[in-house]
Design a protein around this ligand. Sequence first.
Ligand code: GAL
Length: 340
Amino acid sequence: MKFLLSLVLCGALCLGSVGCSKKESAKKADDGKLLIGLSLADLKEERWQRDRQMFVDEAARLGAEVLVQDASGDPNTQIQQCENLLVRGVKVLVVIPKNADAASPIVEKARAKGVKVLCYDRLITNSEPDLYVSFDNVRVGEIQAAEILKMVPKGNYLELKGDPGDKNADMVHQGHMNILQPAIDAGKIKIVLSQACDKWQGSEAKRITEDALTRFKLDAIVASNDGTAAGAIAALEAKKLAGKVPISGQDADLLNCQYVARGIQAVTVYKPIKKLATFSAQAAVSLAKGEPVQGLNAKVNNGTIEVPTVFLDPVPVTKDNIDATVIADGYHSKEDVYKN
Ligand code: GAL
């Protein structure tokens, strides 16, 4: 009996050590660096190009190596690319999901390999990711709607929502309604049209706005990001209404900061990408090392669990404070913002 017990004990120890050495080897790339996978939905918007560079730079500063994949807007491609990153031995997957629901298998596959998952700026649903880091997207919507309502307390509103597969779009819309609903209930404003813009595309926003302009007198447009705002502004320009119909945005894209400086766009919402990217890189390294992530300040239900979350604060940017925010932060130069 004693012999059998010692055999079992020895086996357990060996398994433990094999498991450990195997796990240890998976942790390090050939040159011994910690491997992190960064899976981008696409690099269409200006901001994602910055997110990528700032994330990679901070991870390198922390001694980690980042393998980057761009899914070019295809949810299935994103799943395949993440499977490949797992095969290559990443210890953490940082994912900007193209589609919140379609990305859930990525989390399941990662967890099956003991790999942690960080949802970067967009939530993955119906799965058990380890962390969601974003800006408070409800607050983004509230900032957009509040600035427009201040300028247009009465009248007809067009709401341009984001991509229907992006949970951020839902949260931004919730923020809009938190601000606009009381004015709707009081009969002061009316949302004559509210539509989602597939893939946040400016061309979609332009088409929707052109259609709305043929059917309604528009007094205000609550657009959910700068790409859609730029599309709507193109439609307004064709009717010589640019600058006459207040419009919101998000991301502080250069073109839209120029619009804000010229009074063509009322507000954009600046999300200090450097803060998001550097914090996420630090959090990814902590997750990879099995260390606790500091700064958790929320939990978001993703349909399966209450995901541990860090929300950073978005910043309203109008003509009055663009110098003190976007320019002071070095996100755009004064020369570029005031060009044209
Ligand atoms: C959203 C994000 C916005 C904007 C949009 C377009 O998920 O919250 O800031 O970047 O994607 O890519």
